[in-house]
Design a protein around this ligand. Structure first.
Ligand SMILES: [Zn+2]
Length: 386
């Protein structure tokens, strides 16, 4: 059987084996083998949950089980397959209106394929009412509808929903696998690929970002060096402010072009451009769009802060590696900062560094709730001074 769609995925051999077995069973001509209709893909950020789910979706829709070359596979790749719905949010939550619309379309008969497939990329961001609406839909799915949900862990999804899903657990890909992918797909040197793979700790999206944006590598080094050199209150306050500044820069650069294009598109759709006067009701649509864009910036900012905290945590892991006396035979995650790390390692014990690591993780968790990021970062950096 063709494996082209799955061929682009790295480090998930076990999951792919299960999925391919399901696909082969599903394409028995007599239809004797029933297909599981709800699936839940879980895995740490960056493990490629949505990539695996989309490859599976494409394979279900393709007559040859995901050849990668037919019209169906091309339509999936260009996000325009009539039998595939993908729900993703760049905002903080997935609201009931968005979900309801998809649900109503989900039960339609497939137009050209064996199935109708709905992928929900951020199932953990479903609001309670949206989750309940979804639960009803997957309890009584259309005969040919397949639901593919993605979330970081099973606990992120309502128990009533996950109990109806076949779970596919993805793993963090190895540094070697990520480095190989970067060399192959990003055409970078072995040493840059190795660095990005180590620094991203198996997070493929982060690794690609580090490779593509040299500035992000400088910012990363700046954040880590700041954390390693923290030793007074003023430094902690300045460090927190700088982390916020970096997060804002990254979020803005992701958003600005797209926001402008969307405003223009909406204005055109509403006919604002033609008459010069906005028709009744359009101000609400514009306000909704602004709200959506603001929520997207908020999320991008928080994601960026989270990345910075993860980067700091890698420096703590390096400190412990040095303190345990195994840094001679092993490469550090931040090998290029070895000198700074070795110096700092001599001034604390492994227990003290471990405590700092735990503080960082606790702050990451609290930032998922509505705490003010600047205050949380100030409090954290005060606690992790050396
Ligand atoms: Zn195909």
């Amino acid at each position: 059987m063709a494996v082209a769609l799955f061929g682009a995925i790295i480090g998930q051999e076990r999951a792919i084996e299960i999925l391919q077995r399901a696909i082969s069973a599903g394409i028995q001509p007599d239809g004797s083998q029933a297909m599981v209709q709800s699936w839940l893909f879980t895995g740490p950020p960056g493990s490629g949950r949505s990539h695996v789910a989309l490859a599976f979706a494409g394979s279900l829709l393709c007559d040859q089980g995901g050849c990668g070359g037919c019209q169906s596979c091309h339509l999936v790749a260009s996000s325009s397959h009539p039998d595939l719905e993908v729900i993703r949010t760049e905002g903080l939550s997935l609201k009931i209106d968005e979900v309801r619309e998809i649900i109503s379309r989900a039960s339609w008969e497939p137009s050209s394929s064996r199935y109708r497939v709905v992928v929900i990329e951020d199932a953990e961001r479903l609001t309670e009412s949206a989750a309940n609406a979804l639960l009803k839909a997957i309890e009584e799915p259309g005969a040919r509808t397949i639901w593919l949900l993605c979330s970081p862990t099973v606990e992120d999804v309502l128990p009533t929903i996950r109990s109806r899903c076949r779970q596919i657990a993805l793993v963090t890909p190895t540094t070697e696998a990520v480095a190989k992918l970067l060399v192959r797909e990003e055409q970078v040197s072995e040493s840059v690929a190795q660095f990005a793979a180590r620094a991203s700790q198996g997070h493929i999206g982060r690794a690609r970002f580090l490779v593509r944006e040299p500035d992000s590598r400088f910012r990363r080094d700046e954040v880590i060096t700041m954390a390693l050199n923290l030793n007074d209150v003023a430094g902690a306050m300045a460090g927190a402010a700088r982390l916020m500044e970096i997060a804002a820069t990254e979020a803005e650069s992701e958003a600005s072009e797209r926001d402008e294009a969307e405003r223009e598109q909406l204005a055109n759709a509403l006919g604002v451009g033609a008459t010069g006067k906005a028709p009744a009701g359009s101000s609400k649509a514009l306000k909704d769009l602004e709200k959506e864009q603001k929520s997207r910036i908020t999320r991008a900012t928080r994601d960026s802060i989270d990345r910075a905290l993860l980067d700091i945590s890698t420096a703590y892991r390096d400190l412990i590696t040095v303190q345990m006396g195994v840094a001679g035979e092993r490469e550090l995650i931040n090998e290029h900062l070895r000198e700074t790390i070795v110096k700092r390692a001599a001034t604390a014990t492994p227990e003290e560094v471990m405590r700092r690591w735990e503080e960082v993780m606790a702050t990451r968790r609290s930032l998922k709730f509505n705490v003010a990021p600047l205050l949380a970062l100030e409090a954290l950096l005060l606690k992790v001074r050396f």
